[in-house]
Design a protein around this ligand. Structure first.
Ligand code: ADP
Ligand code: MG
Length: 506
């Protein structure tokens, strides 16, 4: 073993996080937490005494302390307060969101935190567990992000690492990591489809594996579709049934809700193994006369499937779209890889079997593949490695600049390969104009206000002249991590100006 500590792989999940490392014997292993778990909930909370809680401790008190318990924060990282995602999140979460400088902030226990600060705490916890386990200082990691993450979100994750002294050596996409876990060192020539249904998000990618080359063909997903929606279907039925029986609305009682949510998730998970599960919560409420009331229900797998079949349909529509984007049909896919806890649901496996005409692969572990792939990739940076892989990824959503009438002028279309660079001409639009402001957006909608603002830069110091006289060329460069740099050149003077489109929160 070398003297430098290993680079670990971290799957910073929306719901659960996980880490892995290639150990000195060359084998890749997950890093265990206390109690033998390999994942920790990606939840951060501040309790009433002001103590910060992370992981299981934070999850346990979630419904009792909803104001100060932050979950699914990954959806918010690197986003502006005024964005459609933030609007949707406001209606879903009990914690307070507010406007910061070009980014959304959360208010917990009278403190305002940036999303990168929440991610930093979770990364720090994972790193400390890894350090304890390996008995070595750990300060470098490969961190995975969803394929659909924007440039700003990627930079915010890097920034989160920096805040706690972790050098994020490389950001890679979760499905790419899963494909690495499946295919490294096997000399494959296969096209795989990664179907990743986690707690809060759905992600699908088609990846072509040619021995050491992993090339993403297309990617898509839905950031508001995941296991939580399956739990919600159970919760809604329990609340409705209880209200019909006893005339009491339990949704107003946080303690009752904590118990119902916990049991709903456990029941859903049980029903992946069994065909029936009882749903019993004693003493959940009292009648006005003081008589205790219980929840007494039975759930069958069939009922769960009826309640959630529409959610599965939605995932298959996305799969179909991604195949269209990749220019492929179901027959062109050699293996379907299942990633994410929710893919253990038998209905999902059945529907995919019908869709593709063959059962999904058992080749990767749904909870572990992403961290394993990240660790394998991390190992490829070590000096003593014999593992060399090449990742060819794509841009998940178009990147473009604001044009007249607030229209999106697309520079890189969705699924453009990365690394990639493109030039766009620019000029002044009125007489005497001495600076040009370029606003860069990411998203697939034709009007910029529906897309995410990545940043803006100003190219100043132009000689005053008539509109259209200045001739500039703007170069957009997206590196292998999906991070964008823009530079502009005045073609008359050759003067150059460069900017990384910074996460303004950094
Ligand atoms: P993420 O990638 O979003 O962090 P995970 O991949 O860890 O999330 O998936 C978490 C989700 O998987 C949760 O909603 C959880 O309830 C669900 N889940 C875990 N095990 C099972 C199971 N056996 N059957 C159905 N759902 C499951
Ligand atoms: Mg995941």
């Amino acid at each position: 073993m070398g003297t430098t500590p290993p680079i670990i792989g971290i799957d910073l999940g929306t719901t659960n996080s996980c880490a892995a490392v290639v150990e000195s014997d060359g084998k890749v292993k997950l890093i265990p937490y206390k109690g033998g778990d390999f994942t920790i909930p990606s939840i951060f909370a501040v309790d009433e005494k002001g103590h910060e809680l992370i992981g299981h401790e934070a999850k346990r008190q979630w419904q009792l302390n909803p104001r100060n318990t932050v979950y699914a924060s990954k959806r918010l990282i690197g986003r502006n307060y005024k964005s459609e995602v933030v609007d949707t999140m406001k209606s879903l979460v009990a914690y307070e969101l507010k406007e910061g400088q070009n980014e959304v902030l959360i208010d917990v226990a009278q403190r305002s935190l940036k999303m990168s600060e929440v991610a930093a705490r979770i990364l720090d916890r994972i790193r400390n567990i890894a350090s304890d386990h390996l008995q070595e200082k750990v300060d470098r990691a490969v961190v995975t992000v969803p394929a659909y993450f924007t440039d700003r979100q990627r930079q915010a994750v890097k920034e989160a690492g920096k805040q706690v002294g972790i050098d994020v050596v490389r950001i890679i996409n979760e499905p790419t990591a899963a494909a690495l876990a499946y295919g490294v060192g096997k000399g494959l020539a296969e096209r795989v489809l990664i179907y990743d249904l986690g707690g809060g998000t759905f992600d699908v990618s088609v990846i072509e594996i040619r021995d050491r080359v992993f090339e993403v063909k297309a990617t898509g997903g839905d950031i508001f579709l995941g296991g939580l929606d399956f739990d919600e279907a159970i919760i809604r039925l329990v609340l409705k049934d209880f209200e019909a029986r006893h005339g009491i609305d339990l949704s107003q009682d946080p303690v009752a809700m904590q118990r119902i949510k916990d049991l709903a998730e456990r029941t859903k998970i049980d029903l992946s193994q069994r065909t029936e599960a009882s749903f019993h919560i004693p003493f959940i409420a009292m009648t006005p006369q003081g008589k205790p009331l219980n929840v007494e229900m039975m759930f069958t797998r069939k009922l769960l499937e009826q309640l959630t079949g529409k959610l599965v349909d939605r995932t298959l529509q996305t799969v179909a779209q991604v195949l269209v984007d990749a220019g492929l049909s179901t027959r062109d896919i050699d293996e379907v890889l299942l990633v994410g806890g929710q893919t253990r649901m038998p209905l999902i496996q059945e529907r995919l079997t019908r869709f593709f005409g063959k059962p999904p692969s058992k080749g990767v572990h749904p909870d572990e593949a992403v961290a394993i792939g990240a660790a394998l990739y991390a190992h490829s940076f070590e000096d003593d490695t014999d593992l060399k892989v090449q990742l060819l990824d794509v841009i998940p959503m178009a990147i473009g600049i604001e044009a007249a009438g607030r229209r999106m002028h697309v520079v890189f279309p969705r699924n453009a390969s990365i690394p990639n660079a493109r030039q766009v001409p620019a000029t002044t639009s009125f007489d005497g104009q001495q600076e040009v402001v370029v606003r860069i957006f990411q998203g697939d909608l034709p009007e910029v206000q529906h897309n995410e603002l990545l940043g803006e830069f100003t190219f100043g110091g132009l000689p005053a002249g008539p509109a259209g006289a200045a001739q500039m060329e703007i170069t957009f460069d997206v590196n292998i991590e999906g991070i964008l740099t823009a530079s502009a050149r005045d073609l008359a003077t050759g003067r150059q100006m460069k900017t990384t489109v910074r996460v303004t929160s950094a």
